[in-house]
Design a protein around this ligand. Structure first.
Ligand code: COA
Ligand code: AMP
Length: 631
């Protein structure tokens, strides 16, 4: 048996022994009473009775072990022409001061703090400061519009919000403060205080009595120490797109999270303390939480915080420059970033300008790694390119080549095998397991390993409905796929209304809710269609109300604007087609799957339940007018 399989087998046969051993790599104030509490399925708890502090593990412990002067964060910001090295000692100073600021604003253990910030060190400082005092942070990605932020404010009910005056998108200054103000105006729940970090690129107007200037607050504040929290206490909430306009508040605990992330750094990514690790994502996404902030710091690494893009800041050599300049050993990003680089530099000329001999592995996730991109990246970089599959809900990879255990053969199009702790099965619509090479729904036998969501924020019912009710005894991933004869997984795409646009997870249902609000729209459908750069992009179909005689271009631009201002630019909603009717089943369900196949130019079967098959021809005609469908 291969080493990979031996480790995996132990994790499945003896999860308590396996994760109990792994937990000795984390610093605890109090050891757990029980590794796994499985007395109340489908709600499982790890390391019950244990106490720790995640910020202590990420900073103080590292300093106590000789890393005070090691660089903890390299802030590399081509958009502001800045490179700043922050040592562990300096990070401790900033974090304990900001934790003191939060305490002075009345934030207590268990209170929520929403962080709406760009990729600057202060975002990381704010996250760790929350962890230090046991407050629960919820970071909201800066590309979301006020309406989306307001939804999260209403759900998380934060005592305090932390933001910055602006973000910088290549050359565009995006003022965050007016977006924050608008969100607070829209929300029913009102935070007591907003701490604003003023960046030189834009000055935010402050609201008297509510807004606090970051720099002023940090001046004479009393630094705060770490408080012990229960292993099962939430560290953070991260909202992620589901099938409706109401995002799901994924909860992450402290104990299981620390154990799983440290294990993953060593065994999945092959990382050792002191290594330079770079996740080119955003702190607003789960990748940012796990692999820009918590995992590398808990591992005593140097993490790169990159405020730039793969292309345009300034050129498609940006990634190679960062790798070479900072000695990056592992880069983790989304395939879309590589497609963007390939588009601008198809022959890989830029990589020749840099010495990237320090670079050992490229890890990609967030969407399916198409074989073309896989071959292009591995030919260019001459290092193993590891596709790995995971979700916001799990917080760390479900399937991967674990290069720290043993590197298995790479099969293009597959994220390799299930990682230790995840008992992944392929089931049919009735929850019955199917054999090798048969495509079905990817499910994970409960319990999930440590680090995965214990529930949704204040919503056990929704947790059950979304994840554990569909198939009894399993976690429903929302992804479709199959396993081959060697147990390699192939993840083929979502089976629900979630889409991945440039590695950003979005809900077509949420877009439909926005479009349906337009006064002339009778009904609509939004689908994710294939895109050679972004993987998928949303495409809208609208049926107008009787008597609404609208110019389709004008209507389109109104709808595009609505989605942009309600959800955000990141939705990338740019196309809407007027159609006379939508294809439906006789019971009135819109046939989104068939429409998607038509738009992608794929073969499709006319569903037997269809009400009127001629509508499919109309959809085919409509998509051809904008270059989609069968040519
Ligand atoms: N704040 C405000 N606006 C933001 C934003 C942020 N943090 N992030 C993105 N946006 C805006 C962009 O400016 C763009 O606006 P526009 O329509 O006015 O041009 C829009 O949202 C769409 O952004 P994006 O999807 O990122 O497209 P892009 O064309 O700017 O860049 C890529 C394309 C592929 C280069 C880029 O998506 C990328 O680097 N992706 C890497 C993948 C990644 O980080 N994934 C996260 C999970 S691993
Ligand atoms: P997110 O929650 O944003 O991380 O998105 C999770 C979803 O992205 C998964 O459910 C998959 O649909 C998709 N995804 C992530 N990684 C991969 C991968 N390596 N291969 C295929 N799909 C992936």
């Amino acid at each position: 048996m291969e080493k990979f399989d031996v480790v995996y087998k132990k994790s499945i046969e003896d999860p308590e022994g396996f994760w109990g051993d792994a937990a000795s790599d984390v610093e605890w104030y109090k050891k757990w009473d029980k590794v796994l509490d499985d007395s109340n399925p489908p709600f499982y708890q790890w390391f019950v009775g244990g106490e720790l502090n995640t910020c202590y593990n990420a900073i103080d412990y590292q300093i106590e072990n000789g890393r005070a002067d090691q660089v903890a964060i390299i802030y590399d910001s081509p958009v502001t022409d800045t490179i700043r090295n922050i040592t562990y000692k300096e990070l401790l100073d900033e974090v304990s001061k900001f934790a003191g600021v939060l305490l002075s604003l009345g934030v207590e253990k268990g209170d929520r703090v929403i962080i709406y910030m760009p990729m600057i060190p202060e975002s990381v400082v704010a996250m760790l400061a929350c962890a230090r005092i046991g407050a629960i942070h919820s970071v909201v990605f800066g590309g979301f519009a006020p309406h989306e932020l307001a939804i999260r404010i209403n759900d998380a009910k934060p005592k305090v919000m932390v933001s910055a005056s602006c973000g910088i998108e290549v050359k565009k200054i995006i003022e965050y403060k007016p977006l924050l103000d608008k969100a607070v105006e829209l929300s029913d729940f009102k935070p007591e205080k907003c701490v604003i970090f003023q960046r030189p690129q834009a000055k935010a107007n402050m609201i008297d009595g509510r807004d606090v200037d970051w720099a002023d607050a940090m001046k004479d504040v009393k630094p705060a120490g770490c408080v012990p929290v229960a292993a099962t206490d939430p560290l953070y909430i991260i909202y992620t797109s589901g099938t409706t306009g109401m995002p799901k508040g994924v909860v992450r605990d402290n104990g299981g999270h620390a154990v799983a992330l440290k294990w993953s750094m060593r065994y999945i990514y092959g990382i050792e303390p002191g290594d330079v690790y770079w996740a080119a994502s955003d702190v607003g996404w789960v990748v940012g939480h796990s692999y820009i902030v918590y995992a590398p710091l808990m591992m005593g690494c140097t993490t790169v915080l990159y405020e730039g893009k793969p292309v345009g800041t300034p050129d498609p050599g940006a990634f190679w420059r960062v790798i070479s300049q900072h000695g990056v050993k592992v880069l983790f990003t989304a395939p879309t970033a590589f497609r963007a680089i390939k588009r601008e530099d198809p022959n890989g000329e830029f990589v020749k300008k840099y010495d990237i001999s320090c670079f050992k592995h490229l890890f990609l996730a967030g969407e399916r790694l198409d074989p073309d991109t896989y071959y292009w990246a591995s030919d260019l970089l001459k290092v193993p390119v590891v596709d790995h599959w995971w979700q916001t809900e799990t917080g760390w990879p479900i399937a991967s080549n674990c290069v720290g255990i043993e590197q298995l053969e790479i099969k293009a199009g597959s994220p390799t095998k299930a990682v230790s702790g995840y008992d992944v099965r392929i089931v049919d619509n009735d929850g019955k397991e199917v054999g090798p090479n048969v495509e079905g729904i990817v499910a994970i036998k409960l319990p999930l390993p440590p680090g995965c969501l214990p529930t949704l924020w204040k919503n056990d019912q929704k947790f059950r409905e979304s994840y554990t009710d569909p198939f009894h005894g399993y976690y429903f991933t929302g992804d479709g796929g199959y396993k081959d004869d060697d147990g390699y997984l192939f993840i083929m795409g979502r089976v629900d209304d979630v889409i991945n646009v440039a590695g950003h997870r979005l809900s077509t249902g949420a877009m439909e809710e926005v479009i349906a609000k337009h006064r002339d729209v009778a009904e609509c459908a939004v689908l994710g269609v294939e895109d050679s750069l972004k993987g998928q992009v949303p495409l809208g179909f609208v049926v107008l109300k009787a008597g609404a005689d609208r110019d389709s271009e004008e209507l389109k631009s109104e709808l595009v604007q609505m989605v942009r201002s309600d959800i955000g630019a990141v939705a990338c909603f740019k196309q809407a087609l007027n159609v006379k009717r939508l294809p439906k089943t006789r019971s009135g369900k819109i046939l989104r799957g068939t429409m998607r196949k038509i738009a992608d130019g794929k073969d499709y079967k006319v569903p037997s339940t269809i009400d009127d098959p001629t509508v499919l021809d109309e959809i085919g005609e409509a998509v051809r007018t904008i270059g989609y469908g069968k040519k």
